[in-house]
Design a protein around this ligand. Structure first.
Ligand code: ATP
Length: 320
């Protein structure tokens, strides 16, 4: 293995830059040449490559987003698109590719692996929805961002004695809602993994107000419905003053927290080690504080079994 490349694909996440930095520095440390591929698989098909030196990853460890930029590409899903990409990799004599992205990006990495390109996947998404890892790159930062926003909303909720229904990202996964809910003392958390009856939320709201609670925080994961829907339900059943807040893309930005930087460094370094050993077709993660290494198929097989329900139930117990 003499030359490797790295790309970011799908939705960006804070933690991608520390991972890129780790791949580039680890590769150079071990005498490899390393290329940055811009705009994900689109750039791979366009030959949008650049040889990276140490200075190219200087001063990026604390930056959100991805210096390589990202894309979604329908063209890359075709045989023709993949062939063009492989031709470019061969032209540059690149023997290994690190793909940082979500499970869609892993499918692309798997397609290349099956066609003989050595690939390793790193879980780059705020949603924490990738099987085989307890945490994805960017998830912790997103939880912190939500926590800070909810703390601020709590101030105004208390001043006006309102119930705030806050919608957070996560696609089909409730991880961001569950973790941020526990971190902010939310009264109710609605996630796709846990069918919590809406009427129980009304009971809890009533009990809270009876004992003089000045506000209520309800977190809704986007995968189970909209904050508006939950607010309408509360308005139907009660007289409480409600407000809705949809946090949106603010959750995808920001300087990565320490955990995401460390995860990026750890997994980025390991990806280079594995490529140097000739390993391919593996997705990396962190499970029970150990680096996990799985075939892509394992990641596609099922959704992760994160303890969402446990966290949501605990949040409810702690919100009395
Ligand atoms: P996020 O979790 O942020 O959505 P993702 O990596 O899952 O990230 P996708 O848009 O699903 O995002 O996938 C990224 C890109 O990976 C796609 O735009 C496409 O180019 C490539 N890709 C997805 N599925 C396949 C597939 N079956 N074969 C080849 N390439 C694929």
């Amino acid at each position: 293995m003499k030359r490797i490349a790295v790309l970011t694909s799908g939705g960006d996440s804070p933690g991608m830059n520390p991972a890129i930095r780790a791949v580039v520095k680890k590769a150079i440390y071990h005498g490899l040449e390393v290329y940055g591929v811009y705009r994900g698989y689109e750039g791979l098909m366009d030959g949008d490559f650049r040889r990276f030196e140490l200075k190219d990853v200087g001063n990026i460890i604390h930056r959100g987003g991805t210096i390589l930029r990202s894309s979604r590409s329908e063209r890359f899903k075709t045989e023709e698109g993949q062939k063009v990409a492989i031709d470019h990799l061969q032209k540059y004599n690149i023997d290994g590719l690190v793909v940082i992205g979500g499970d869609g990006s892993y499918r692309g990495a798997n397609a290349l692996h099956r066609k003989g390109v050595k690939t390793i996947g790193l879980p780059g998404t705020i949603d924490n929805d990738i099987n085989g890892t307890d945490f994805t790159l960017g998830f912790s930062t997103a939880v912190n961002t939500v926590m800070e926003a909810v703390d601020k909303i709590r101030d105004t909720a208390t001043s006006h004695e309102r119930a705030f229904i806050i919608e957070v990202m996560g696609r089909d996964a409730g991880d961001i809602a569950a973790w941020a809910g526990l971190a902010t003392g939310a009264e109710s958390i609605f996630v796709p993994e846990n069918i919590t009856a809406k009427d129980k939320m009304i009971d809890r709201l009533n009990k809270g107000y009876e004992r003089g609670k000045k506000h209520s925080i309800i977190l809704v994961a986007e995968g189970i419905g909209t904050a508006e829907e939950f607010a309408s339900y509360i308005k139907e059943k009660t007289n409480y003053d409600t407000r809705v807040s949809v946090l949106g893309h603010v959750q995808r930005g920001g300087s990565p927290v320490a955990f995401d930087r460390i995860l990026g460094a750890t997994l980025g370094g390991k990806a280079v080690e594995l490529l140097m050993e000739g390993v391919s077709g593996k997705a990396l993660g962190l499970e029970k504080n150990e680096i996990s290494i799985y075939d892509y198929e394992y990641v596609f097989k099922e959704k992760p079994k994160h303890p969402i329900q446990v966290l949501c139930n605990l949040a409810i117990e702690l919100s009395i």
